[in-house]
Design a protein around this ligand. Structure first.
Ligand SMILES: Nc1nc(=O)c2c([nH]1)NC[C@@H]1CN(c3ccc(C(=O)N[C@@H](CCC(=O)O)C(=O)O)cc3)C=[N+]21
Length: 282
């Protein structure tokens, strides 16, 4: 059994992007730029936003952090996005979710110019993932899952992949990406009948449920690869995944831990998408 080191693989990807950034700086004097927008005081969001801004600094990106008051109106947020859409120094715009309840998340994310939607949240970008077109942006977490598998030498073609969770930002884009890699894909959710029967079919099992310890050993096939997308906090406030790691890990051929698995990959792929956006803008 291998514990897949997402921290190490994400560091490799960031190193590759950093080298590329340096190359462009030498010639044209241009730099990829990411704008991160945070509305309100959600403590977890603050931590994530700061780690994204820090990654920008590490890689030599230009970055802007826009912090708006919790009580900002939807109109103010939309106006900021309009300005960032026009700003030539900015190649990627990330509005940290969740937004305060009085603001329509869909309306806000859809206002981001498609060519700056480095989260890959817009319908157009999800659509491109589904039809296998490569000139959009893949949603960062699913993109990170695929990179983790590939860079760990795990074959995807012809494998039975089972995803638990049907969100627009993880489960659904994963369907498109895994099909493009020639996996046979099953997607399960809260209304799925005989869930364990289906998850036990998986050569590659991807948990994106959002419930701590949801995947137990009687749901996993011996020798499967298990990818844990969950980020939950247990009663003690400790970060934990959707998989009951201690009992499941010994029966797998490879598994990702939480923390140190998919999470760091999400940020690495955000950087990669922003780099890609910058290159397309030249
Ligand atoms: N517009 C938008 N885009 C996002 O990509 C987005 C978002 N909103 N809102 C919140 C979620 C969550 N998310 C994570 C990114 C990295 C880690 C990560 O690096 N986790 C580390 C541990 C971090 C810790 O210790 O708290 C790990 O798993 O090892 C986790 C979660 C991005 N999100």
């Amino acid at each position: 059994m291998v514990v897949i080191d997402g921290k190490k693989i994400s560091a490799e990807i960031k190193e590759e992007v950093k080298k590329e950034v340096a190359k462009y700086k030498g010639s044209a004097g241009q730099t990829p730029g990411l704008a991160v927008v945070l509305v309100g005081e959600n403590p977890a969001s603050k931590v994530y936003v700061n780690s994204k801004v820090k990654s920008c600094g590490d890689l030599g990106f230009y970055s802007e952090k826009h912090v708006l008051d919790e009580n900002s109106s939807e109109k103010e947020v939309l106006e900021l996005i309009d300005k960032l859409n026009e700003n030539e120094k900015i190649h990627g715009i990330l509005v940290q979710l969740p937004l305060p309840k009085h603001i329509d998340e869909k309306k806000v994310t859809n206002r981001i110019a498609s060519e700056k939607d480095v989260d890959g949240f817009k319908p157009e970008n999800l659509g491109k993932v589904m039809i296998g077109e490569d000139d959009g942006f893949k949603s960062c977490t699913p993109y990170g899952v695929i990179e983790l598998l590939k860079r760990s030498g795990i074959e995807i073609a012809g494998k039975d992949a089972v995803i638990v969770g049907r969100s627009n930002i993880v489960g659904k884009p994963l369907v498109g990406l895994l099909i493009s890699e020639s996996a046979t894909v099953t997607i399960c959710h809260s209304r799925t009948k005989n869930l364990a029967e289906k998850t036990k079919q998986a050569d590659i099992l991807i948990a994106a449920v959002g419930k701590a310890g949801f995947i137990k050993k009687d749901m996993v096939k011996e020798g499967a690869v298990v990818i844990d997308v969950g980020i939950n906090r247990n009663e003690a406030g400790k970060l934990c995944g959707d998989v009951e790691f201690d009992e499941v890990a010994p029966m797998t051929s490879a598994i990702t831990p939480v923390p140190g698995g998919v999470g760091p990959m999400t940020i690495a792929m955000l950087m990669k998408n922003t780099m890609e956006s910058f290159k397309r803008s030249l």
